[in-house]
Every structure is written in C-alpha cells, then in structure tokens.
Design a protein around this ligand. Structure first.
Ligand SMILES: NC(=O)c1ccc[n+]([C@@H]2O[C@H](COP(=O)([O-])OP(=O)(O)OC[C@H]3O[C@@H](n4cnc5c(N)ncnc54)[C@H](O)[C@@H]3O)[C@@H](O)[C@H]2O)c1
Length: 316
C-alpha cells in the first residue's frame, strides 16, 4: 500500500527527479511524465525498478494517457518546461505551449481529482527588475517581445491561469518562484552559468562570462530548494512564494570561486551580454521564512564543491 498517488510532470528533469526520489522514499506512488525534450531518463534510472515508481514518456501539452487520466491523484506537480535560455530559445513555441496548454491540462486533472497542484514558476516573472531585491509583491519588468519573452511570458501566463483555476474553480493550487538553482544532475551542456563555468574549468578551457561580469545572481543549492518545495506543497499556501538563496554574487565572483575550487588553470574571457539579460537578481524570502519556516542552509562554496565533484564523475 502506498500513502497516495503523485503525478510529477517534468519528473526526469534536474529538479523533478529529486521530487520523484523524495516522494518514493515517503511511500507515495509516483507517476513521472516527461517528454525528454530537455531532461534525461538517467536522472530517474535508479527508480525504474521500484514498485512505487512508473515512468511514461509523454508531452503534457497533449491529452493525458488513458491510464493516467483514469487514475486519481492526491498531488500534481508541474515541473515541465525548458528552463535554460539556449533550451527555451531553441524550443520557443514548445515553451509557450507547455506553460499554457500543458499547465491547463494538468490543472484540469487537478480539478477533476481534487488534487493539490504545485507549479514551478521562476524569478524570470520579474524580468529585468527595477526593484531590488525582489519581493513577491513586485509585479515585474518583462519584455513581452524579445529573446527571453517565450519563457518569461509562458511562466506569467501559467501563473494567471493558476490564479483563475484557484479563484474560480477552487483548485487547491500553490506556486513557487525559483531563483537560479544548481547542483548534481544539472545538464552539463544546457548553458546555465554554474554548469558552463564548472565544465569549462574542469576541462581547463577559458571560462566565458557574458557582459562585464558585474551582473548579480543568487544561487540556491538543489537540496535547499527541494526542502522548500516540499514544505510549500505540505502547507496551505496558495499565493506565489519566492524560493531562493538571498546570497548575492556577481558572475565575476562566481567564476573566481569556481576557479579556486577546481584548481583550474583556465583564464576568463568576456563575450557580449545577450538581450534582456537581468542585471540584478536576489529574492526576498520573508514569506517563505514566516509561512514555511524555510530558509537555505547551504553556502555557495559548499554547494559548488558538491556540484564540481558530481561533474568530475560525468563524461563531459
Ligand atoms: N533550475 C532552475 O534554476 C530553475 C529556476 C526557475 C524555474 N525553474 C523551473 O523549474 C522546472 C524544472 O526545471 P529544471 O531546472 O529541472 O529543468 P529541466 O530542463 O532539467 O527539467 C524540465 C523537465 O521538463 C520536461 N519537459 C519539458 N517540456 C515538457 C512537455 N511538454 N511535456 C513533458 N515534459 C516536458 C523536460 O524534458 C525536463 O525533463 C521548470 O519548470 C523550470 O522552468 C527552474
């Protein structure tokens, strides 16, 4: 007997796979749906023979498979979406579709099953912010017609849809806005800054920094984020909540840390900053602290060290 059923869309991605692990470990039956557009079955291969885990390759913008549609879920987690700029720019229409039709299909299922619905939103809903740091009440500065708009607007549309399903149809929804998260199981080649720099450093290749490196980001280690997600799912909260590490670092500082922790001889090179790249990013996490009793505990050096160890054991 399991404790209940959980559907995890995008479950074989970087973050979704940790949620599959956690809920299987808690005796839930986990159905993982993923179209493998950016994720990898490797992230869940250790679960494939587990009696509490089932994997289905499926695009959530399409009608749900019959066995999933017929089953009743207690929780539905929507982690499905390309997440890094090279991926969402390559899969631009698909990114808009998964944020819109994909989210709608999963909300309809949550409505039918009376399930708690969790959605992975992003700090990108704040765009290139003119308020710093960013609280949940900040409404954002987003370009709806530009190189990041397919991702930012898909996520904003998804939040609007979730609001309607909650307010109008009473679906038990919750939304987290994640800030840059890193750690083992990241795709080494998906173009995110932490993985880019670590891979280049391990290979003793020049570290590429876009812009002059004075732009800032806040980096959250994956274990901290996953703890926050679980607390949020288990809470009664409905409004979007920031989950991220408020430590703020310039990209130059990040690159220096990567060089010193890897002992790499690589040099740093600078390339032009892509359009609409946010100059500053830092979450206000007072709501998560107060309502979820959550805050990150893993500092950047410790998290980078664990991530570097992981990448050193991968074929890069
Ligand atoms: N990692 C971060 O720093 C970060 C920050 C903010 C938000 N997020 C959000 O968190 C979620 C997970 O991100 P991640 O970092 O694990 O990225 P990821 O690319 O590793 O995981 C996303 C997963 O969704 C799957 N997917 C994409 N489109 C799909 C579709 N139409 N149908 C079914 N599966 C589909 C992919 O194959 C992949 O396995 C995403 O929604 C992302 O936007 C991540």
């Amino acid at each position: 007997m399991s404790k209940g059923n959980i559907l995890i869309a995008g479950g074989s991605g970087f973050l979704g796979s940790y949620l599959c692990d956690y809920y299987v470990s808690q005796d839930y039956f986990v159905d993982c749906l993923d179209n493998l557009s950016t994720g990898s079955k490797n992230n869940v291969k250790h679960l494939l023979n587990n009696r509490l885990f089932s994997y289905t390759q499926h695009d959530v913008t399409k009608k749900l498979p019959k066995d999933i549609s017929d089953k009743k879920y207690d929780f539905i987690l929507n982690m499905a979406s390309p997440a890094s700029p090279p991926h969402y720019q390559r899969l631009a229409v698909e990114t808009l579709e998964v944020g819109s039709q994909g989210t709608k299909n999963l909300l309809e299922k949550a409505l039918k099953d009376k399930a708690r619905f969790f959605h992975a939103s992003t700090s990108e809903v704040y765009g290139d912010p003119d308020v710093h740091p960013q609280p949940e009440s900040y409404k954002g500065s987003v370009n709806c017609y530009g190189p990041r708009s397919m991702y930012d607007e898909a996520k904003r549309y998804a939040e609007a849809l979730i609001y309607v399903y909650h307010e109008k149809y009473g679906v038990n929804t919750t939304v987290a806005r994640f800030f840059n998260t890193y750690g083992p199981r990241m795709d080494p080649h998906d173009g995110r800054v932490v993985s880019n720099l670590i891979v280049q450093a391990i290979k003793n290749k020049p570290l590429t920094i876009y812009g002059d490196g004075t732009q800032t980001r806040s980096f959250c280690y994956v274990d901290d984020l996953v703890n926050g997600i679980i607390k949020l799912i288990e809470s009664n909260e409905h409004n979007p909540i920031n989950l991220g590490n408020p430590g703020e670092f310039t990209i130059n500082e990040l690159a220096e840390k990567v060089l010193s922790l890897t002992g790499s001889k690589s040099k740093i090179t600078y390339s032009p900053l892509p359009g609409d790249d946010p100059l500053q990013r830092k979450p206000v996490i007072e709501i998560a602290k107060k309502k979820l009793n959550w805050e990150p505990t893993i500092d950047l050096e410790t998290g980078l060290q664990k991530t570097i160890e992981y990448f050193k054991n991968q074929s890069l």
